[in-house]
Design a protein around this ligand. Sequence first.
Ligand SMILES: [Zn+2]
Length: 192
Amino acid sequence: MSEAEDPPWSVAWTGEQAFRVQPSADFPGKLELDQKQARGVGQPIFAAVHVTRQRRGMVDLLCHVCGEPTAPGDRYIFPTASGGLVTLHDGSQQYGCNVPPMHRACAERARAACPHLSRLAEKPLSCGDDEGRLIERTDVTPGLEAIAAQLPKDAPVVLSCYRLYGDALTRSVLEARAEWEAAARERRGMRP
Ligand SMILES: [Zn+2]
């Protein structure tokens, strides 16, 4: 497999399709879903994130592409391709991201290699010094329906987590999205 086809660290493989429920070390007092780790066995499933690596990436701020730690000065996200606005109790909205951050070089490599990202023509955005607030999810997100149906019903199980970012980064994401939409309109105008 060439480097360009090397799937991101967070992506699940067909050889990893086994799950169990265990007490969570990251969210004490809660249960969490744990997925078998056998990266490289079978085929990568590009549309599926690995449950345990996604959680490790979000909790420890490990790079989505290479799995190594990211430092505050070298931590990036794709603002259009990942995450969305979360409405808080007071009605305000903040940007939430469920894809682990990336090193700048890894983001550029992913952009060149990933058909979805290169079609989006998206620039990576720096998280600056905003680490976001880690939030766990026990509701069923797309792709986890079949697994969730087999889980115990008497206690909530942490299935995934995301980071909720502050006002400044939320503004930067909204600006990047508006800029991207304007560029997309222009591209469409040039090629009707
Ligand atoms: Zn990386």
